[in-house]
Design a protein around this ligand. Structure first.
Ligand SMILES: Nc1ncnc2c1ncn2[C@@H]1O[C@H](COP(=O)(O)OP(=O)(O)OP(=O)(O)O)[C@@H](O)[C@H]1O
Length: 571
């Protein structure tokens, strides 16, 4: 069925049925010269670099046969984001492994590509490498940042000279693309109006789109996108899926997706690699229909489907529950009070474009309330949270009251004592040092007591708070060995979990959870949701942002929805 969408036919005069032929079919070669394969492995033993071939137990795949043909759009699907098999397959496709024998795997398309032009003083033209061929956009990819802590609140202040780098300039510097190419690709990703914004002002969803844009501008033959739909709102997800379908159709570039089971499988995916969650590197590979007919795939996708359906019901129930919940918390202490708040950037009188980010916003959050802060990418949610967190200069105005006092009367440190916070910005900014200065998972959680980003020795009381938290979480992953691992060595989902524990550990009156489950596997999301539903104190309030309805815990029963900075739903 998916072959109908195989759009290669426009560029390559090849019958659709060819995509079903075995890769080495002689008859297909004789009939016409098919476009070269992107990747081909024939009974290849795949090893990490440095592991000798006489140690097959340590191989990534003992005998891998896989062909990614020109027309194929593969999706790699694993039950968990941290599946080592999933990571091993991506590394294999990127040739970041050793093949035995060397000739058992190759990227045949490489031999057909023209060399990369370079001036004579840089060595003249050079052959293309796999790195030229494939761009990998990981959820972990950071835009132009180092391994130290970044001040993610900088975007809210008047932008410093060193932070004035615009999206356009960044893209040009990083990829060597000219303005026309930048504008063309930006338009495809609906980012043209953001090109002249400083890079640091982009919202989270906008940043993720910018990563895809940067990878496209490097003009690869294949783009591998890891969990590309995470952090995008539903319309942006649909738009991205359509865009990827047309990019793949035009081979400009071809697309390979790495998806979570809860993601919707786009119709243009023709082939699936179903990886296991454990380390035993079992893979089901083949055309989409065949793999989906298998028991494992059906179970995996059915669970995702059930989850999505249940979440629609939950959203409806939440609307009904909202009014009741508001009555229950009516007389309780107000933790956050915003009255007629506006946030505007750029002043017309200074010749700048004026952008209103929040408009006449009223909102009160009381002790024990559980809020979903909803809205499309760029609608102003993080800006609103920055007011609540006291991170935004506008929070010092009279119209913002936090924990019973105007923000300007509260020291930032006292404010932070009352708030546990996770966000994509913290995820990006959290230090990931290696070597002796590296924080372990445990030490990263300890930093939550003082809301800092550097090592603090845990007091006895803090150590027992962490023990209690880990016990209550009831997650088999979180063992003493796990807690002793360096934060930087954990998978994206594991890092998200550690940062969530960091936010929870001091049991603050207010939890601000901005996309807290990003990158987490289903089991971890379940454990975290159960914790939020059952283990919080009655008086702890929650404000949560997520673009995935199925990630909203059941106990969330209030909704504030923004559209272009205005409140459009308040229940
Ligand atoms: N300093 C700034 N100058 C100009 N525009 C800004 C600045 N900071 C943020 N913006 C813009 O404000 C808008 C709202 O950003 P915000 O991060 O609040 O969105 P969001 O709703 O949290 O989006 P997402 O779901 O993608 O995280 C975005 O269009 C962003 O580009």
């Amino acid at each position: 069925m998916s072959l109908r969408t195989a759009p290669s036919l426009r560029t390559w005069p090849r019958p659709a049925a060819c995509t079903r032929l075995r890769p080495f079919s002689l008859s297909s070669r004789v009939r016409s010269a098919p476009p070269p394969d992107i990747f081909r492995a024939d009974k290849a033993a795949v090893y990490p670099f440095g592991v000798p071939s006489n140690d097959p137990k340590r191989s990534l795949f003992p005998s891998l046969s896989l062909t990614v043909r020109d027309a194929d759009c593969w999706a790699i699907l694993a039950p968990t984001s941290s599946s080592p098999t999933r990571a091993a397959l991506v590394a294999t496709l990127r040739h970041q492994v050793r093949f035995d024998p060397i000739s058992s795997a190759s990227h045949p398309i490489l031999a057909t590509l023209p060399p990369v032009e370079r001036p004579a003083d840089e060595g003249g033209p050079r052959d293309r490498t796999v790195d030229d061929l494939i761009q990998f956009v990981s959820f972990k990819t950071r835009l132009g940042r180092g391994s130290d802590f970044d001040d993610y609140t900088a975007r809210y202040y008047s932008i410093r000279d060193e932070d004035k780098l615009t999206v356009r300039q960044h893209l040009r510097d990083a990829t060597g693309a000219d303005d026309a190419a930048v504008e063309d690709k930006a338009a495809a990703l609906q980012m043209e109006t953001l090109l002249d914004s400083p890079l640091i002002t982009l919202s989270n969803g906008q940043t993720r789109r910018a990563r895809v844009l940067r990878a496209l501008l490097a003009r690869p033959e294949l783009i591998i996108l890891e969990e590309p739909f995470t952090g995008l709102d539903a319309p942006s997800r649909a738009h991205l899926a359509t865009l990827l379908a047309s990019l793949h159709a035009a081979r400009s570039p071809r697309v390979l997706l790495v998806l979570r089971p809860q993601d919707v499988l786009p119709p243009f995916v023709t082939h699936l690699a179903l990886a296991d969650a454990t380390g035993d590197r079992s893979l089901a590979l083949g055309p989409r229909g065949e793999v989906l007919a298998g028991v494992e795939a059906r179970a995996l996708l059915a669970a995702g489907e059930r989850e999505r359906e249940a979440s629609v019901q939950r959203a409806m129930r939440r609307r009904e529950a909202g009014e009741r919940a508001a009555k229950e918390t009516e007389g309780r202490k107000a933790l956050v009070e915003l009255k007629g708040v506006n946030v505007t950037y750029g002043r017309e009188e200074d010749g700048q474009v004026e952008r209103r980010i929040l408009r006449d916003l009223d909102w009160t959050v009381r002790a024990g309330e559980r809020w979903l802060l909803a809205g499309h990418n760029g609608s102003g949610k993080s800006t609103l949270l920055a007011l609540v967190l006291g991170d935004h200069p506008r929070s010092f105005n009279e119209d913002v009251t936090l924990f019973g006092q105007p923000r300007y009367r509260r020291a930032t440190a006292t404010l932070q004592q009352n708030i546990g916070h996770v966000s994509p910005e913290i995820f990006n900014a959290f230090p990931r040092k290696h070597g002796p200065e590296a924080l372990t998972a445990y030490e990263s959680i300890v930093t939550g007591f003082e809301s800092v980003y550097s090592y603090r020795r845990a007091t006895a009381e803090q150590a027992s708070a962490i023990d209690a938290l880990v016990r209550q979480l009831e997650h088999p992953l979180v063992t003493p060995e796990f807690l002793a691992r360096p934060f930087a060595a954990l998978s994206a989902g594991e890092q998200s979990l550690v940062l969530l524990l960091r936010a929870l550990v001091k049991r603050p009156p207010l939890l601000v959870l901005d996309e807290p489950f990003s990158g987490m596997d289903r089991q971890t999301v379940d454990k975290a949701q159960r914790f939020l539903d059952e283990e919080l104190d009655e008086d702890q309030a929650v404000i949560m942002i997520t673009h995935f309805e199925e990630e909203v815990p059941q106990s969330i029963n209030r909704v504030l929805r923004l559209e272009e900075g205005k409140v459009v739903e308040h229940v």
